[in-house]
Structure formats: C-alpha cells, structure tokens
Design a protein around this ligand. Structure first.
Ligand code: FPP
Length: 253
C-alpha cells in the first residue's frame, strides 16, 4: 500500500495516528560534530527543530506529545553545556509557549523542581504553563530534570502521605491511581521514538511506555523533520499492536 499521494503529501487517511507520542531528543552533539560546530550549536538547532516539529506533530492528529528535553542525569555534563541549555531554556521558552498557545496546545512539564534547577527556570515553567492552561487542542509535555525513577519515588511518597492523611485508601489502588500520582496524569504512550540510533530508554517514562511501540531512527534530532516524522507514522501504521493478546484476524487462525 502506498501512503504517499502525488506531490509527496502524505495521505493521513491511510495512517494510524497514535494518541500519545514520546520522543527522546538525541543526537544534537553528533549532529554538530559532523558539521564542525560546537555542541551548543547542536542544542540550539535541536531547539529550533523542536519548535517546527511540534506544530507538525499536532497537525497529524496526535493528541499528546512528550519529549525528553533534559534528564536528571544530564546535570553531570560540563558546566558550559548545562549552562548553555539552561540559558537557552530561559531565553526561548516563552516564545515556544506563545507559539503553542496560538495553536491551542497546553504546555505541561514533568520533572523535579528542586536543586539544581534554577529559580529563573522554574519561573519560565510556571509562566508557560499558566499562559497555555486553557488550551484544549492537545498537550505538550516537556520532561525537564526528568527521570522515571525519580517520578516513581515521588509518586510513592505522595501516595504514602495521602494514605496517612486519609485521602487515599491503599486497598483501592489500581493502575489508574498510579498514573494519577505521576508528574502528569497522561494517557499511556502509544509510540516512542528515540532519534540518533541509540537503542535505550534511558530512564524515560518507563511506567507510561509499558506497551509503546518503539522506533529508533538513525537520524539525529536536529534533522528529524516533518518528513521523518511522517516516515515514523508509516512504520507505526504497520505495527500489529496486541497488548499481550493475540490478533486472530492478523494470524488468520
Ligand atoms: C541529547 O543529545 C539532547 C539533550 C541532552 C538536550 C535536548 C535539548 C533540546 C533539543 C533543546 C530543547 C530543550 C531545552 C532544555 C532548551 P546529545 O547532546 O546527548 O547528543 P549526542 O548523543 O550526539 O552527544
């Protein structure tokens, strides 16, 4: 089956659109190195690409997009690189939030708010969330100072506190209760993409990704454009999602 119409425009009516897409933004450094640029220039280009790609992803009909922008472990990088990323965030994020507001997308953040996250970063996070809080066309979830283990530890602590305070009855806990206690109460991930060819999840949304289809394109994130995303959607369309069961129609027996 061909998924592409004349003029290279994708025919989305033939495509399965995942409800929740998650992307591990990897390869900024290698993209820059191959072009004789600095790692910082790679991050700058990654950020520019994120701005463009976000709009396209929501245009295809995706309802939730999560991206791994900065992990709890990324603070181990050189001070120069961490400072560059933090300053980029402070300088550019409001512009990104404004763009999301124009296309009616709500911006939310997942991650720890404690040390070493700077106060000016927290201010931008709060301002951006506030600016888009009434948007209801989709959700953009930025994972920043994020780690799945940290998220689960925080969730267990909060559940424990709520149980002590009589707000939570331990006997009623189910899978949905746990989603509710994560940084954001989002639907499960349907399609998880990690750019740059690395084959790891690196502590990213492990609870939410339990039945996600995984896709590992070799393209570095700054070059992962709308056409690359459409290619990923074609791959997703071909996947047979069984959630541990059997698709009798597909097996024909
Ligand atoms: C991983 O590539 C990328 C990051 C650690 C940062 C991703 C950030 C952006 C795309 C910018 C948007 C986010 C903020 C915080 C402003 P890498 O550096 O590990 O690449 P490499 O593996 O090729 O070295």
């Amino acid at each position: 089956m061909s998924y592409v119409e004349k003029g290279d425009e994708m025919d989305y009516s033939k495509i399965k659109i995942p409800n929740h897409v998650a992307i591990i933004l990897d390869g900024n450094g290698r993209w820059a190195q191959e072009r004789g640029l600095t790692r910082s220039e790679g991050h700058q280009e990654g950020f520019n690409n994120l701005m463009k790609l976000t709009e396209h992803v929501f245009k295809t009909g995706v309802k939730v997009l999560s991206v791994y922008a900065f992990s709890t472990e990324n603070f181990k990088r050189s001070k120069e690189e961490v400072d560059f990323l933090m300053n980029l965030f402070v300088d550019k994020f409001e512009e990104y939030a404004k763009k999301l507001k124009e296309i009616n997308i709500k911006l939310v953040f997942s991650g720890g708010r404690g040390n070493p996250v700077r106060q000016d970063i927290l201010d931008v996070i709060d301002k951006s969330e506030e600016m888009t809080k009434d948007c209801d066309g989709g959700i953009m979830n930025i994972c920043f100072n994020y780690g799945s283990h940290l998220e689960m530890v925080e969730a267990f602590k909060e559940m424990h506190n709520d149980a002590i305070n009589g707000k939570l009855d331990f006997n009623t806990i189910n899978e949905d209760t746990i989603y509710h206690y994560l940084f954001q109460d989002l639907p499960p991930i349907d399609f998880l993409i990690r750019t740059s060819g690395e084959l790891r999840l690196s502590n990213f949304m492990l609870y939410q990704a339990s039945y996600a289809e995984l896709y590992f394109p070799k393209t570095y994130f700054p070059a992962f454009d709308a056409a690359e995303f459409d290619k990923a959607l074609i791959e997703y369309t071909k996947r047979d999602r069984r959630f541990g069961g059997i698709n009798y129609e597909a097996t024909n027996n």
